[in-house]
Write a protein that binds this ligand. Sequence first.
Ligand SMILES: Cc1cc2nc3c(=O)[nH]c(=O)nc-3n(C[C@H](O)[C@H](O)[C@H](O)COP(=O)(O)OP(=O)(O)OC[C@H]3O[C@@H](n4cnc5c(N)ncnc54)[C@H](O)[C@@H]3O)c2cc1C
Ligand code: SF4
Length: 483
Amino acid sequence: MPLSPLLPADALAANFTDLKPPLRPQEAFVEASRCLYCFDAPCIMACPTGIDIPAFIKKIAFGNPAGAAKTILTANILGASCARVCPTEVLCEGACVLDDRDEQPIMIGRLQRYATDYVTERGLNVLPQPPAKKSGQKIAVIGAGPAGLGCAAELAQLGHSVTILERQKQAGGLNTYGIAYYKMKPQVSLAEVKLVQSLGVELRTGVAVGQHVTIAELEKEYDALFVGVGLGAATRLHIPGEELPEVVDALEFISRIHTDPLHTVPVGHRVAVIGAGNTAIDAVTQSKRLGAERAFIVYRRAEGDMSAYDFEYEHAKHDGAQFVFHAMPVEVVATNGHVSGLKLVRTQLVKGKLSPVPGTEWIEPCDLVLKAVGQEKQVKLLRGLFPELVVDERGVIAHDPLTGQTNLPHVFVGGDCGNGGREVVNAVGEGKKAAHGIHAFLTSQTAEPPVQPSRLGAKQGATGSGLLHPIRAQELEAALKAK
Ligand SMILES: Cc1cc2nc3c(=O)[nH]c(=O)nc-3n(C[C@H](O)[C@H](O)[C@H](O)COP(=O)(O)OP(=O)(O)OC[C@H]3O[C@@H](n4cnc5c(N)ncnc54)[C@H](O)[C@@H]3O)c2cc1C
Ligand code: SF4
């Protein structure tokens, strides 16, 4: 049977309400007051954008949320979305010293949301304005995802003229189209795009580089290029029945939740999700929240081998998702041209290699199959755009991790297409690093990644602004000691 929406609008609105709701002012004050304001705070080192976390939390405790937002946003232009989507359990909050004392870590993400919401809701502009006198250098940023936006904002602050080219109708990348809807609504991402534009960055949407404009044309007009094109479509399953209409890329399914009214998004009564990473978890959880009676993950290996974070796994189980381990799909079964089941076979490890166990096939009834076994790398696109660009054996663009520079000196990279697929905050951090790499390239200076203030002994309350590679940190600390 063709798929249809299952729940009315009011039930869906309740199901997709924010997983981590905003803190009220009094709650934020109490939480901020628990912080020890560590001098050499490990949470800063754990944040890929190096936000001066104790400084912004102290500002909240002293009744200055706008100042807190300034500290956050100058270090991370996507501070509002990161506050909602960062896996804080394994980043800043995971590093909080209170954890070692068997106390609850500070709710850094929710405090970050409190401060950034405060300025967004009031329309306050807390960012320092870019220099009025431009450098005269022009940079094209390909892709308006977190990496491209992070790079563009930093380049604008450094005084350069920046144009972002984005193939989609709306900017923001996966922040606008891919994040689980109960974590963040696209409006938050779109407000951040406006913030980047407010720095004087030009945004051209609906422009696919390689299709509407060539690299040669860009190279003629711009002095340097940043590539932040992310990853591609879902990896294929290569099993019979994959072409059936109800076998869908999990990303495409999630994207519809973002672009269409919730009560119009079709879902199956029984949904099989293939894969066990964070995208699979988002797909199975959102299927349940859209009204599926049964939604289950199919994974070839054991529970402990799943790449999804533990807290995401717990969340999916809490939402009623089910898990079929040690099983792999061999065929999508159809009745009258529509999906009616997924044929699975048991797997076992033989001499370290995963193999199907003959004679153990069975059919799990389902009417929707979501593919979430990873996203393809953009090798084809990248080779087409830059035939001489070195793409490594993992299918990602080889580059200097400190500057994002590739083997083509004027081409820089960051985000998923350079790291193979990580988190939003990694993409922003890498975009920032590349901006400093581009700045150094264009001004013939040595690249200096932005510095984390507390690591260098700056006073509490100073504004954090970025990353410091551990080697550089040691060098700089040694230099300071020698003074
Ligand atoms: C389903 C899903 C859920 C996720 N959930 C989380 C989460 O909860 N928390 C988290 O931190 N991370 C999450 N991530 C990871 C995170 O979304 C990515 O790491 C991040 O978006 C990477 O940013 P990016 O800028 O490198 O790429 P993208 O966000 O993919 O942006 C790339 C941009 O480039 C554009 N583009 C591509 N080709 C061209 C071209 N030829 N011309 C012009 N533009 C082009 C694309 O349209 C896109 O807008 C999730 C990822 C997925 C798939
Ligand atoms: S950006 Fe993410 S990792 Fe960094 S402090 Fe904020 S919530 Fe934590």
